[in-house]
Ligand binder design. Structure first.
Ligand code: ADP
Length: 255
């Protein structure tokens, strides 16, 4: 039970909502699984768990076996646990800090995660009780060293400023950083294939340089993004072309 046989964890963070953090989490997990890794997804967005909807698993619940809570199997080598699968999730909006931290610990310790190459954890935007609960649970288990934080941002300055707070959170809590993903970075016209930089493309690079981390990938706006996620079968071409999953994979396989 728990994460004792989990080799690595990728914690996906963002300063703001709506920058594509959950989408990147799902695409990453699907990318790793397509590469032959055994992958789990843990959706820790307590107040707005969106991954079940993205993967067509709304209304699922977690079954209890003798060993613990059993993840929902999406395919061979890809499993999902969402806080939205818990019976009490409807109450989540009024949960306070200690309750949130207890739920985070439960979804790590009481789930039969089994042997995983990587557990992708989607966290809520910002740095809140869920993040603190996650870091303290992993610290108690002596497993903070297997985690790498992936920070998702869009190229606008407002989002980048919020990412700076996430970087500071990682530094303060000694959560090792993998790097930054710049999502919605330009729009590739489906007709002429020309890329228009709707927002300032490339700002993540400046931030990465300043904080001595790296840009893991830049993903353009893809009009098919929603529908690709909805059918849940393939991960998006623009995401695959960005090589984000493979650059993260090469970092975590060294852990
Ligand atoms: P967050 O988890 O940061 O709140 P989501 O992953 O839920 O953000 O994404 C917000 C919306 O933006 C979703 O409708 C998603 O389909 C869309 N989206 C995310 N990334 C892209 C992209 N690269 N191109 C087009 N749409 C995107």
């Amino acid at each position: 039970m728990g994460i004792e046989n989990v080799k690595t964890i990728v914690a996906v963070l963002s300063g703001k909502g709506g920058v594509g953090k959950s989408s990147v989490s799902v695409q990453l997990a699907q990318g790793f699984a397509a590469d032959g890794l055994t992958v789990g997804i843990l959706d820790l967005d307590i107040c707005a768990p969106s991954i079940p909807r993205m993967l067509g698993q709304e209304g699922e619940s977690l079954h209890e076996s003798e060993e613990g809570l059993v993840p929902v199997m999406l395919s061979d080598g890809l499993s999902l646990v969402s806080v939205g699968f818990l019976a009490e999730a409807e109450e989540a909006i009024i949960w306070r800090g200690p309750k949130k931290k207890a739920i985070v610990a439960q979804l790590i310790n009481d789930v039969v995660w089994g042997a995983l190459d990587v557990l992708v954890i989607d966290t809520p935007p910002g740095t809140s009780d869920e993040h603190i609960g996650l870091v303290s649970t992993l610290k108690e288990l002596g497993r903070r060293n297997i985690v790498r934080a992936v920070l998702v941002t869009t190229p606008q300055m407002a989002s980048l400023q919020d990412v700076t707070r996430e970087i500071n959170f990682c530094k303060k809590t000694e959560l090792p950083m993998c790097g930054i993903v710049e999502n919605m970075s330009g729009f590739v016209c489906p007709h002429c294939s020309e890329c228009t930089n709707i927002f300032n493309k490339g700002n993540a690079g400046m931030l990465a340089k300043k904080y001595e981390t790296k840009v893991l990938g830049t993903i353009p706006i893809d009009p098919n993004f929603g529908s690709t996620l909805d059918n849940g079968k393939n991960f998006m071409k623009a995401f695959r072309d960005s090589a984000t999953a493979s650059s993260i994979k090469s970092i975590i396989t060294e852990i």
